[in-house]
Design a protein around this ligand. Structure first.
Ligand code: SF4
Length: 586
């Protein structure tokens, strides 16, 4: 259901269809991607605008479920649609969604369908429930099952209780539970499998995860391409990006704000050769060259083997993946050679005490090194800075703002305002972060009945504590990030121009080119030992290491030199270590 990105199929549906086809070939599975039809109905630009806003996207379908909250829904939709392309009328948008849903439900093949399953991730809950309600009304014989990361555990149980149109709910990994449910409905097994809930209780206990991901077949995306070619794709050729998965779960799993792993118990990974085979086959089958890894974190060692294999293939494939800071330049360059074009990294903060409280397990220096290395390796880095984190101090906000002054030599980060995730470690112990109360989210209370809002169905809690103080505290960081983004948008550079801070090595001297925010350019020259020290600092080093590596100088002369380069923003300094910021430009 809406609102996924329109340029890609659902890996959830593709994976489940392929798994059922392998284990129960007599079951016919048809995948639907109604978001393509909604994008066609609303227009791609408006669709994308709505899809980028959780509250707006859910509010527009909330009217089909809770007409008693119409006033609040209208107010939220009006305010959030204000900047939408084409200045749409909220009532007309809802009307269009309604019309699309009616057409979707009226398709004659539902008559011969036994079970309809919805995969529910972020932004898909109310569109799913609205579709389930209409399907059940029109075709009462249908059994309805929901599954996915947005209806796991307690939230899933609440949904089952409150929405009679949902018959079954899969909590956790879907493959084995859905297969077992199909067999049970076909009368082949007497009991429901693990991971399947009904209003009467749970099936055979907890969901059975697949230990060895080598058991998973290739996702089947053929229904997506058929649907695309008959509708949206016929009018508007899209570059399709195919989702692939290397691993499930997160090997780190310690970030205190994170609730991304509610549906997994463990972390498992495929082998590099399996993923390479899958990618090659998908590329061949669908004539696609672009892929996105759905992993929370790419498993670094296995990924290194994978990208080496892709690099050897000579194919121009491109990938997106999520990684963690701490990855070496050598490894990142290897990933790039195998097609890793864009990464999302959890930068989150530029204050060490804040990173520690978040449980990131990284330092500011790790983050800055990643930004530098990504630029040097030619990998686009997308990273967020979390602002208004509960309990953060004036000093932490000031440290962040000070770091930003230096980091403008790299492509800008984005701001992510903190939200309290249901099921996150923070939500389990809010007082430890200065959070006094966790009421339902204020917007949730306006668009749905209060008792439902109290179950936090979007996996977001409201929080009370130091919110207004945090808003004021982080204002300067927001301002600086906005200025940083403007600076990059306004840069008059071509792909052949160097980045704002780069160097060229003359063998026994170094020329560092530095663009200043106003557009003027400085050239710094470092000779002999100064050059060698700068090059050595492409890895963060402390003074003792430097003195050991470059004997003969006094501690004072080193400190003077390092501080001078730090003042000129050619070096970054943190916790007694220095890092050269300029990247080579050939
Ligand atoms: S934020 Fe990312 S790295 Fe941290 S626990 Fe969640 S999935 Fe893992």
């Amino acid at each position: 259901m809406p609102w996924p990105l329109i340029d890609r199929p659902s890996i959830q549906l593709g994976a489940l269809k392929a798994y059922l086809a392998r284990h129960e070939p007599r079951v016919t599975v048809r995948c639907h991607h109604p978001y393509l039809g909604v994008a066609e109905t609303l227009g791609v630009e408006l669709y994308r605008f709505i899809a980028s806003d959780l509250w707006l996207s859910e509010t527009l379908y909330a009217g089909l479920l809770f007409p008693e909250c119409a006033e609040g829904q209208r107010a939220v939709a009006r305010r959030r649609l204000r900047k939408a392309p084409g200045d749409p009328d909220p009532a007309e948008v809802v009307e269009s969604l309604h019309g699309h849903l009616e057409r979707f439900v009226a398709q004659p093949h539902w008559e011969e369908t036994r079970l309809v399953g919805f995969s529910v991730c972020f932004h898909q809950l109310f569109s799913t429930l609205a579709a389930a309600r209409r399907l059940k009304r029109r075709w009462p014989h249908l059994a309805v099952v929901l599954g996915g990361s947005a209806c796991t555990g307690r939230v899933g149980r609440e949904l089952l209780t409150r929405f009679p149109e949902v018959d079954f709910l899969v909590t956790g990994e879907g493959e084995r539970s859905l297969l077992g449910l199909c067999r049970n409905l076909a009368g082949k097994t007497p009991d429901l499998p693990g991971g399947v809930m009904t209003r009467e209780g749970e099936g055979g206990g907890a969901c059975e995860e697949i230990d060895d991901l080598a058991e998973l077949p290739l996702p089947d995306y053929r229904d997506f391409f058929a649907e695309l070619s008959e509708g949206l794709g016929a009018r508007m050729p899209l570059k399709v990006v195919l989702p692939v998965e290397f691993s499930r779960g997160c090997a780190w799993r310690k970030c205190r704000f994170c609730n991304l792993n509610l549906q997994w118990r463990g972390c498992r990974s495929k082998s590099a050769s399996q993923v390479a085979e899958e990618v090659m086959e998908l590329a061949r089958r669908h004539l696609c060259l672009d892929f996105t890894f759905t992993d929370n974190l790419l498993p670094p060692a296995e990924a290194e083997r994978f990208f080496a294999e892709i690099s050897r293939s000579g194919k121009d494939l491109r990938f997106f993946a999520e990684i963690r800071a701490g990855i070496s330049l050598r490894r990142l360059k290897g990933f790039r050679a195998g097609g890793l074009a864009t990464v999302q990294a959890g930068i989150e903060a530029l204050s060490n005490s804040l990173l520690a409280r978040m449980g990131k397990g990284t330092t500011v220096m790790d983050n800055v090194l990643l930004m530098r290395n990504a630029l040097e390796a030619g990998v686009e880095l997308k990273g967020n800075l979390i602002v208004e984190f509960p309990g953060s101090t004036d000093q932490e906000a000031a440290e962040t703002a000070a770091a930003l002054d230096v980091l403008i030599c790299f492509p800008p980060l984005d701001i992510a305002t903190f939200f309290l995730g249901f099921g996150s470690p923070m939500a389990a112990d809010p007082a430890a972060f200065g959070i006094r109360r966790t009421p339902p989210h204020r917007t949730a209370q306006r668009i749905m009945p209060r008792d439902l809002a109290r179950c936090h169905p979007f996996l977001i809690l409201g929080h009370e504590g130091d919110r207004s103080a945090q808003r004021a505290r982080w204002r300067e960081v927001r301002r600086k990030v906005a200025a940083w983004q403007r600076l990059y948008r306004g840069r008059k550079s071509t792909p052949f121009d160097p980045p704002p801070l780069s160097f060229r090595d003359g063998g026994d001297f170094l020329v560092i080119r530095q663009e200043l925010p106003g557009g003027s350019v400085l050239h710094h020259r470092l000779r002999g030992r100064s050059r060698e020290i700068y090059l050595a600092l492409r890895q963060p080093l402390d003074l003792d290491r430097l003195l050991a590596r470059f004997p003969g100088g006094t501690r004072e002369s080193f400190v003077r030199f390092l501080e001078e380069l730090t003042r000129k923003r050619l070096l970054f300094q943190d916790q007694g270590k220095w890092l050269a910021l300029a990247v080579p430009w050939w």
